[in-house]
Design a protein around this ligand. Structure first.
Ligand SMILES: *Cc1c(COP(=O)(O)O)cnc(C)c1O
Length: 381
């Protein structure tokens, strides 16, 4: 049997053709495909605006810049996420404050966040993560953030198409801008929509949207309405300190083509999750992320097991390549240097001892999935 990874992109002939078409056109960097990708993505997610950027990390960086994070300010996030969710605060000179996870949902624990907000007036923002694809209850976070005058930057990299149901029984898509100021996505190949590299920021806030457009391209504008002077056709103004975080047009074409299949891919992910759920329910050696399948974006399917390393090695021998998401960020040498230590977040640390991400991607066949399940049973038999 061929090897089975934990996640995998799926590139079709149609995807390839879309890229080739752009390579033969007049635009390589930002051109018409960017605008199309932004509009279609905003439509898929349900936000008013979308800004395409070079990758998810650039999306996070531009977001903390647009939100005006500066030295002395603190921002809360979870230790169980990709490092970039925290690092973006540091890029802007702010301080990261970690808070523990809920041991059942693996999401940032809102009660722990509230405790911090009550005691620390320097906190200006919260970065909750729709971890593994499971949506954070952003309505609850909005209420809390408003009480303490904070903004919310939703890291929705794992959850395009995921949603939660709010108190009015309305389905709220991850990243739709209803409750958070900004949300970000990534188009890294292991994510739902692959563009090689790529990222997107979504928002319903026009002022933030305009700031992001400026920051994406060096802080430079050629828009006559925005410029303070105008010396002629060649003239442009650099109004703020920005970056070159543009996405190329051929990546946007790939993203567009992939986006057409995003809904189908998500349905397939949920199907795979249902089969895992039923195979593992009642099995004493496995604990899963609790809660409903409905609304889950299933970037990852995570189990908690005894002897995780043993299972990881055993599966490798059977050509099944699992992964661990994530090593708690507060225990990374960089963050230890800032004073964080073992014992700070018992739930996150215990989760890290046992967690394993098993194969989850739309092209995983039923036969392959059954082999994964059988192999896990085999290890614990
Ligand atoms: C992938 C990911 C990022 C970073 O995205 P890149 O495109 O790889 O820079 C940020 N946050 C989370 C939760 C991610 O999974």
């Amino acid at each position: 049997m061929k090897s089975i990874p934990y996640g995998k992109q799926n590139i079709t002939d149609e995807d390839i053709q879309a890229v080739v078409d752009v390579l033969k056109s007049d635009f390589l960097t930002q051109g018409p495909k960017i605008k199309e990708f932004e509009e279609r993505f905003a439509d898929y997610i349900g936000s008013r605006y979308a800004v395409a950027v070079a990758n998810g990390t650039a999306a996070l960086h531009l977001s903390t810049m647009a939100l005006g994070v500066r030295p002395g300010q603190k921002v809360i996030t979870t230790p169980i996420t990709f490092a970039a969710s925290a690092n973006c605060v540091r890029y802007a000179g702010g301080e990261v404050v970690f808070a523990d996870i809920d041991p059942e949902t693996y999401l940032l624990d809102i009660n722990k966040v509230e405790e911090i907000l009550r005691n620390d007036k320097d906190v200006v923002g919260i970065i909750p993560v729709d971890f593994a694809g499971r949506s954070v209850n952003l309505e609850a976070y909005r209420t809390l953030a408003d009480k303490f005058g904070c903004w919310i930057l939703e890291d929705a990299c794992h959850a395009p198409g995921g949603y939660f149901t709010d108190s009015k029984e309305i389905k709220q898509n991850c990243g739709n801008g209803e409750f958070a100021e900004l949300a970000i996505f990534s188009f890294h190949p292991v994510k739902h929509i692959a563009a090689g590299e790529g990222g997107m920021i979504t928002t319903n806030d026009e002022a933030l949207y305009k700031k992001l457009l400026l920051l994406r391209t060096h802080g430079i504008t050629k828009d006559a309405d925005l410029m303070q002077e105008n010396h002629g056709g060649w003239y442009y103004e650099m109004q703020v300190l920005g970056f070159n975080y543009r996405l190329t047009d051929f990546q946007a074409a790939l993203g567009n083509s992939q986006l057409k299949r995003a809904g189908d891919g998500l349905n397939r992910r949920r199907e795979i999750a249902r089969l895992y759920n039923s195979a593992f329910s009642g099995k004493p050696f496995i604990k899963g992320q609790s809660g409903v399948v409905e609304g889950h974006g299933y970037h990852l399917y995570i189990i908690e097991v005894e002897d995780r390393k043993g299972l990881y090695e055993y599966l490798r021998k059977h050509n099944i390549f699992t992964q661990v998401h994530y090593i708690p960020n507060h225990l990374q040498p960089y963050y230890r240097e800032q004073g964080w230590k073992q014992g700070d977040f018992p739930n996150a640390e215990k989760y890290y001892q046992n967690c394993l991400s098993i194969p989850m991607y739309p092209t995983l066949s039923v036969e392959e999935q059954k082999f994964v399940i059988k192999s896990i049973y085999g290890f614990y038999a």
